[in-house]
Design a protein around this ligand. Structure first.
Ligand code: BTN
Length: 259
């Protein structure tokens, strides 16, 4: 088991960011970093505040799923106050930040499964959840929640055994959570500054999507769509073409390869 110790001081010391992570709240365990981050955002916490947990007891994922964070992994949430027009790009920002961070710290190549699962060798190593509070035309707050499997042994968790992996599994050796966390916060800030100064993250995100060109099923609410993933729109929607050649636009859903 990876023995490195996370603490707010270790994360923030000489981090080199302007605001992301400069205020970091570390909890050895909590329900979900999203809950604490939401309370913080609602009481006006400074932008870039990070809530990070040693262990989550009620981590949550997209589409009302649960997210497992036993000890030794990364679960964090970052509070932002972006302009409403930037909200759709946060999915792109978060997934690219993770891909860049994994590359910088491990040299491993990861890919994005639409919209923002991070896969290594076809298995999920990171999940991203974005929640926002919107007032008329203003994004009151946005919280980017990121869970990275660092030290998770999928064989210990039958429910995810065949679909999940972790950085330790892929590397065949331990990797420091502190190093990954610090690198991730730096990458998030770089991309957020790029976004807020007018750069688009769309092309880089699209080019890292493993989903494009695949024959897939997408569960979106109660509906299942089948077809070929042709492209993605600038707002992050997936553009599918069904077997009759009809275009379908999917805003949110869960992708599985068609067998
Ligand atoms: C998914 O793949 O469904 C998204 C998983 C998101 C998990 C992270 S861990 C940190 C933050 N806190 C949570 O409860 N969820 C997100």
């Amino acid at each position: 088991m990876n023995g490195d110790r996370l603490s707010a001081t270790a994360i923030t010391k000489n981090l080199g960011t302007r605001f992301i992570g400069q205020r970091t709240l570390y909890y050895p365990y909590l329900t979900s970093t999203m809950n604490i981050a939401k309370q913080e955002a609602q009481s006006g916490a400074r932008e870039g505040t990070v809530v990070i947990a040693g262990e989550q007891t009620a981590g949550r994922g997209r589409l009302q799923r649960t997210w497992l964070t036993p000890k030794g992994n990364i679960a964090l949430s970052v509070i932002l106050y972006p302009h409403l027009t930037h909200l759709p790009s946060l999915i792109m920002l978060a997934s690219l930040a993770v891909v860049n961070c994994i590359k910088a710290t491990t040299r491993l190549k990861s890919q994005i499964k639409w919209p923002n699962d991070i896969l290594i060798n076809g298995k999920k190593t990171c999940g991203i959840l974005i929640e926002s509070g919107v007032r008329t035309n203003i994004a009151h707050y946005a919280i980017i929640g990121i869970g990275i499997n660092i030290d998770l042994r999928p064989t210990d968790f039958p429910e995810i055994q065949t679909i999940a992996t972790s950085l330790t599994q892929e590397l065949g050796q331990d990797i420091s959570r502190l190093t990954i966390t610090r690198s991730l916060l730096v990458e998030i800030e770089k991309l957020y500054l790029a976004l807020t100064t007018g750069e688009s993250l769309y092309e880089e995100w699209r080019d890292n999507l493993v989903t494009l060109g695949q024959e897939i099923c997408v569960q979106s609410g109660e509906t299942i769509y089948e077809g070929i993933a042709r492209s993605v729109a600038h707002d992050g929607s997936l553009l599918l073409r069904d077997k009759d050649g009809h275009p379908i636009t999917i805003v949110a859903g869960d992708v599985t390869p068609r067998t």
